[in-house]
Design a protein around this ligand. Structure first.
Ligand SMILES: Nc1nc2c(c(=O)[nH]1)N[C@H]1C(S)=C(S)[C@@H](COP(=O)(O)OP(=O)(O)OC[C@H]3O[C@@H](n4cnc5c(N)ncnc54)[C@H](O)[C@@H]3O)O[C@H]1N2
Ligand code: MOO
Length: 410
């Protein structure tokens, strides 16, 4: 590794050690979508809560129909109608039937339900032409979930199915860490909002959009602050104004060796931010620390768009996941067979854009475009980053290589 460089692992370790998980609180179930449960959830009630009918039909005692055949039908008086949600508790006596709708409580004494289709659909009296099995079409109390059962262990990520279960158990709120609020801002006098007038040397601010989208895709809340220029006072003022809504600040640009590297200049005096060179490509210049009295964590990413994106994947995504308590923090590597040679940069870990596919013969990955950190077109075509280790001298066609498959939930 080149002198004076940190490894990717060391820099990531510093970030993860410097950022603690946010404090959990009881939040509405739908708001917790994508967040891990902070505590085990035990069922406060059983499901179903009471014996209920799985069919529209008649509740009966199975033994009353034991002799029913088409030649010797059994006819019973219909003594009540029971609808889901509108019935009083009810019991049936031997030799009677009750009309019942799906979901309605099965009356005490009844032990089976016969669907309308298997009867003459009578109102005052109903005729049955076959016997029924005890328990037929009755959904027993507790047969799905027992009261007190551990239904969702701590760490389970809330998705639509978990939300449905929680609400069905009467739990409208659950303990989870809050969705992190991430302020995204980019720096550079050359930057303009999409749609704005461009001077001969200005460009559109793609990074703040890319990073804000990546923050959201990671499950956090993104506050995108438009690009700010290279003036240290404006940068400092903007940062201090944004702190009230930031669990983490992410910047792009202004951290290399230039003469107007505003982020580096300003932050050096504002807190604990260090600006190491990291042994990776792209993404060599990096920065991390805390700022102001609030000690808000800030991750400063390089301005080259591909460098900013790769750095987000490698450092910011794990940081966001740590804030919300979502493990694993780091995207798992997936093995795939390489379809072309890749030249390696010795001493640095490379993240090479690629296209990952699963075919009937297994997973394969094809490198894409060049190494340039400005190549946005090929970045948008890629769906994976091929990881070339610091010590690897070359990767060859046919090698099994490690890849980060982008956008995939984990
Ligand atoms: N003398 C040296 N020069 C550079 C070095 C070095 O080691 N010595 N490192 C290079 C590497 S590697 C990178 S990466 C960049 C990082 O530079 P900065 O973080 O200071 O970024 P800027 O100089 O502000 O911008 C770099 C590049 O990216 C464009 N950019 C910036 N922000 C945006 C944005 N929001 N949207 C779109 N494009 C953006 C900017 O116009 C520049 O072209 O430094 C190298 N230089
Ligand atoms: O290392 Mo810079 O981040 O490639 O282009």
């Amino acid at each position: 590794m080149p002198d004076g460089f940190l490894t990717v692992e060391d820099h990531l370790e510093k970030i993860l050690r410097g950022i603690g998980p946010l404090e959990p609180y009881d939040q509405p179930v739908v708001e917790s979508l994508g967040l891990p449960l902070h505590a085990d959830v035990h069922a406060p009630i059983s499901l179903p809560r009471f014996d209920n009918s799985a069919m529209d039909g008649y509740a009966v005692r199975a033994e009353d129909l034991a002799q029913a055949t088409s030649a010797t039908p059994v006819e019973l008086p219909v003594v009540a109608d029971i609808y889901a949600g509108s019935s009083r508790p009810f019991a049936i006596s031997p030799g009677t039937a009750v009309k019942i709708m799906t979901g309605a409580p099965v009356p005490r004494g009844a032990d089976a339900v016969v669907p309308f289709e298997a009867t003459d659909r009578g109102n005052a009296r109903v005729r049955f032409t076959e016997a029924v099995r005890e328990g037929q079409h009755v959904r027993r109390a507790g047969s799905d979930v027992g009261q007190g059962d551990l239904v969702l262990p701590a760490g389970t990520v809330v998705g639509p199915r978990e939300a449905g279960l929680l609400a069905s158990l009467g739990l409208g709120r659950v303990a989870a860490r809050p969705r992190p609020r991430v302020v995204v801002l980019s720096t550079g006098n050359e930057l303009r909002e999409p749609g704005a007038h461009l001077d001969f040397d200005s460009i559109y601010d793609g990074n703040s959009y890319m990073l804000a989208a990546a923050v959201r895709a990671a499950g956090a809340i993104a506050y995108r602050v438009g690009a700010i220029g290279d003036d240290p006072r404006t940068f400092r003022r903007t940062l201090s104004e944004q702190l009230v809504r930031a669990d983490l600040v992410v910047t792009s640009g202004g951290i290399s060796e230039g003469e107007k590297d505003v982020v580096k200049e300003t932050l050096s005096a504002l807190g604990t931010v260090a600006f190491p060179k990291v042994a990776m490509q792209p993404g060599k210049p990096q920065g991390f620390g805390t700022i102001f009295d609030e000690q808000t964590p800030i991750i400063t990413l390089p301005g080259n768009p591909v460098s900013a994106y790769v750095s987000f994947e490698v450092f910011v995504l794990p940081a966001i996941r740590r804030l919300m308590g979502l493990t694993p923090y780091r995207r798992p590597m997936v093995h795939a067979v390489l379809t072309q040679d890749i030249a390696s940069i010795p001493g640095r870990r490379q993240y090479v854009r690629g296209v990952f596919e699963v075919t009937h013969r297994g997973a394969k990955v094809t490198p894409l475009g060049g190494h340039g950190s400005h190549l946005l077109g090929s970045l948008a075509q890629a769906n994976a980053l091929i990881v070339v280790g610091e010590d690897e001298t070359a990767l060859n066609l046919g090698d099994t290589v490690r890849t980060l498959v982008l956008d995939r939930p984990f």
